[in-house]
Write a protein that binds this ligand. Structure first.
Ligand code: NDP
Length: 331
């Protein structure tokens, strides 16, 4: 039998956490043959709710779940973890300045970075979900210098999946037949959902999405804004932010990273930029990646037209500004 993998979820008493932990315990993230031990962290005001989640995990009697740690102690939470999903963060409240939210998150991610660096298992893979996700991941990287930059990522898979979903709805095809959309840049409304290399599996072989949709105007405008603003549309409808889709895409992100992407398919992940596609090095930026043997690699050589170039630069500029703001909070 396989050794259990320890998975940390921070902000585990929150709504994404509540959707995410049962998925992990069922093997959605790491495979249905992979036992897991869940480490759940939250802040003291949420301790009682967190204990309630732990009780429900016990009650669900998941065969793969070999243990649950529920704690408000960062060191205890981080000790020995192989995978860390960082969902906890300070939400932006009405009337708060961007700088105030950034400063709260910088201090959270700084302290959690140190705890992970000192106490997580070697080669721990980190996924940041909490917003501003890219910049929180960058702060984590800065304050955990011994964790390889290859192991620090942020979530844009929800945006990627939303783009697949929109194409599948528009063409009335199965979402599993659509692939290779790309989310470039920031997990914010400046992100660029790009369908220029996306295809659909048809009885006559793989066809480009643009050829099938036959409506560049829709693809260049409404499709993009729908994906960019889907989070807000869900809040409007549900009076709560997206949680099940965020949790599901976090599982997709880790599963593909650990177990690999299928041949010929790429996914979007926020990763440390090496300057590919002239994106400034040193930002956490969402790129198309393939994964093999537990490592991601940025897909190279895709053509970028003028329309796309502007959008790639715009979202990079926003990330550079966020980075500057985050650094100003440090001093
Ligand atoms: P959620 O579980 O709904 O969201 C958690 C984080 O994920 C937020 O930062 C949210 O950003 C972000 N997020 C990223 N992508 C998405 C997406 N597509 N849809 C929705 N959210 C997304 O928040 P809750 O308030 O329910 O739970 C947060 C938990 O974190 C609480 O249990 C709280 O106690 C804990 N917490 C921990 C702190 C710490 O570790 N020091 C500090 C503060 C809270 P956005 O805010 O933009 O929606």
């Amino acid at each position: 039998a396989k050794e259990p993998v320890r998975v940390l979820v921070t902000g585990a008493a929150g709504q994404i956490g509540y959707a995410l932990v049962p998925m992990i315990a069922r093997g959605v993230m790491l495979g249905t043959d992979q036992p897991v031990i869940l480490h759940m962290l939250d802040i003291p005001p949420a301790a009682e709710a967190l204990n309630g989640v732990k009780m429900e995990l016990v009650d669900a009697a998941f065969p793969l779940l070999k243990g649950v740690v529920a704690t408000t102690d960062v060191v205890e939470a981080c000790t020995g973890v192989n995978v860390a999903v960082m969902v906890g963060g300070f939400p932006r409240k009405e009337g708060m300045e961007r700088k105030d939210v950034m400063s709260k998150n910088v201090s959270i991610y700084k302290s959690q970075a140190s705890a992970l660096e000192k106490h997580a298992a070697a080669n721990c893979k980190v996924l940041v979900v909490a917003n501003p996700a890219n910049t929180n991941a960058l702060i984590l990287k800065e304050f955990a210098p011994s964790i390889s930059e290859k192991n620090i990522t942020c979530l844009t898979r929800l945006d990627h999946n939303r783009a697949l979903g929109q194409i599948s709805e528009r063409l009335s095809v199965q979402v599993s037949d659509v692939k290779n959309v790309i989310i470039w840049g920031n997990h914010s409304s400046s992100q660029y959902p790009d369908v220029n290399h996306a295809t659909v599996k048809t009885p006559a072989g793989e066809k480009p999405v643009r050829e099938l949709v036959k409506d560049d105007e829709w693809l260049n405008a409404e499709f993009i804004t729908t994906v960019q603003q889907r989070g807000a549309a869900i809040i409007k409808a549900r009076k709560l932010s997206s949680a099940l889709s965020a949790a599901s895409s976090a599982c997709d992100h880790i599963r593909d990273w650990v177990l690999g992407t299928p041949e010929g398919t790429w996914v979007s992940m926020g990763v440390y930029s090496d300057g590919s596609y002239n994106v400034p090095a040193g930002l956490i930026y969402s790129f198309p990646v393939t994964c093999q043997n537990g490592e991601w690699k940025i897909v190279q050589g895709l053509s970028i037209d003028e329309f796309s170039r502007k959008k790639l630069d715009l979202t990079a500029d926003e990330l550079s500004e966020e980075k500057a703001l985050a650094y100003s909070c440090l001093s």
